[in-house]
Design a protein around this ligand. Structure first.
Ligand code: PLP
Length: 416
């Protein structure tokens, strides 16, 4: 069994250990919720000061060109591209994940419009917002599209058939941590004539994503989770070169125009990924995304994935070693190739136990009815953090030191 000393030795030998210093983390806090809101890069405060005081306060409107504000969505997209197996000119950092999903789904349905295909295949367990967007778009289009939702990943291949227009999946499930085989599902979808959309919210920045190797059609994802872009930071959208010409989305505003400053009557789509944009972006938030992405430039996704699996393997091993009366069950797949970078643990009083953990400065989160989620973010999580977190959890359960609010419906205000 691993001891705390063993964990300290792993930290001492960890090639990513020095990157923890790039983050501003409060003393005494074990932060295991970076899968929901990434930690704050140390560079962020100075960058905000620069954007607000110098670029906005002093240079004023000149900063749209001088400070490169206007170019930021595509420039940051180029920075992000290699982290998801994309190339320059294919990614924009813009709008929210939900909005970007709307754009790619609308574009994909448009590309299939001349076929008789009318189903969008997804999972009932997908992130609700993704399903709401699909429901909203299909109802609004009123062209007979319907959602076909499966109850487990194993049912996907059979559900993808000659009627499937689009397969819309989240690569790593936000609750269970289940990781889909993107390449295999995409190959199967293509063999059936369907297009694929991948939501990378819980995989981008957490593991090696290779969109081109998987031959995926479209992708969207978050920057405020594993990429540490800050609360509500703009999301990303990926359209591969091979689809850019056919890509047309209904939220294309003036930033997507071929000549945005001509202010011409009538819309003419710009080239490349520019056509995925809509309008003016939150510059201060966008600027912070760069602080997070810069840290990724100091390592690579292979190393990050390696440490992520080592951290989560350690966590699973320590949870498994807890006595049966603690009532903990690992709900995330144990095989490395089937899980992302968070591990969910079921407990009958999961919400109360998580509250007790947070009161002791171990921050994870809770998803009703009984899942406690623990996210392992290799850039700033140490092996001793994992050990200490499980030790504190054991103490709470040994002493039953948590209060269950009977009659209070489980709820969660945390963002996923
Ligand atoms: C976090 C998350 C989102 C976030 O969407 P927003 O538009 O930023 O609120 C979308 N999809 C998935 C799967 C997520 O986990």
């Amino acid at each position: 069994m691993m001891t705390r000393e063993d964990c300290a030795a792993l930290d001492a030998a960890d090639p990513l250990a020095s990157l923890r210093a790039r983050f501003d983390l409060p003393d005494g806090v074990i932060y295991l919720d970076g899968n929901s809101l990434g930690a704050c890069p140390r560079a962020a405060l100075e960058r905000v000061r620069q954007v607000v005081a110098d670029e906005w306060g002093f240079d004023l409107i000149r900063s749209w060109n001088q400070a490169g504000w206007f170019q930021m969505p595509l420039r940051l997209g180029d920075m992000l591209a290699p982290l998801i197996g994309a190339v320059a000119g294919e990614v924009a950092v813009t709008d929210s994940t939900s909005v970007n999903l709307f754009k790619v789904l609308a574009a994909a349905l448009q590309m299939q419009a001349t076929t008789a295909r009318r189903t969008i295949v997804s999972e009932r367990a997908n992130f609700p917002s993704d399903l709401y967007i699909a429901e909203g778009l299909t109802a609004w289009l009123d062209r007979g599209y319907r959602l076909r939702l499966v109850d487990s990943p194993e049912e996907l291949p059979a559900a993808i058939d000659a009627d499937t227009a689009v397969v819309m999946l989240t690569h790593v499930n936000y609750r269970s941590g289940y990781l889909h085989d993107m390449a295999a599902l995409t190959a199967h979808a293509h063999a059936q004539g369907a297009l694929t959309i991948w939501d990378l919210a819980h995989s981008a920045g957490a593991l090696e994503v290779d969109l081109h190797a998987a031959k995926a059609d479209f992708a969207v994802g978050c920057t405020y989770k594993y990429f540490n872009g800050g609360p509500g930071a703009p999301a990303f959208i990926w359209v591969p070169q091979r689809h850019q010409h056919a890509f047309s989305q209904p939220l294309a505003g003036w930033w997507a125009h071929a000549a945005p400053f001509a202010m011409a009557p009538g819309f003419t789509a710009g080239d490349g990924i520019r056509r995925a944009l809509c309008g003016t972006q939150p510059v201060v938030s966008l600027a912070l995304v760069e602080c997070g992405l810069t840290i990724f430039g100091e390592t690579d996704m292979r190393r990050i994935r390696h440490k992520s699996l080592a951290l989560s393997d350690l966590f699973i091993q320590l949870i498994d070693a807890c006595p049966a009366q603690h009532g903990l069950t690992v709900a995330t797949p144990r095989q490395a190739e089937r899980r992302g970078s968070h591990v969910s643990v079921a407990h009958a009083d999961g919400q109360a136990v998580m509250r007790a953990l947070i009161a002791r400065n171990v921050i994870g989160d809770f998803r009703a009815p009984q899942l406690m989620r623990f996210g392992f973010t290799p850039l700033y999580t140490r092996f001793v953090d994992v050990w200490d977190a499980v030790d504190i959890l054991k103490n709470i359960l040994d002493d039953a030191a948590y209060d269950v609010d009977h009659g209070v419906p489980p709820s969660s205000t945390e963002v996923t």
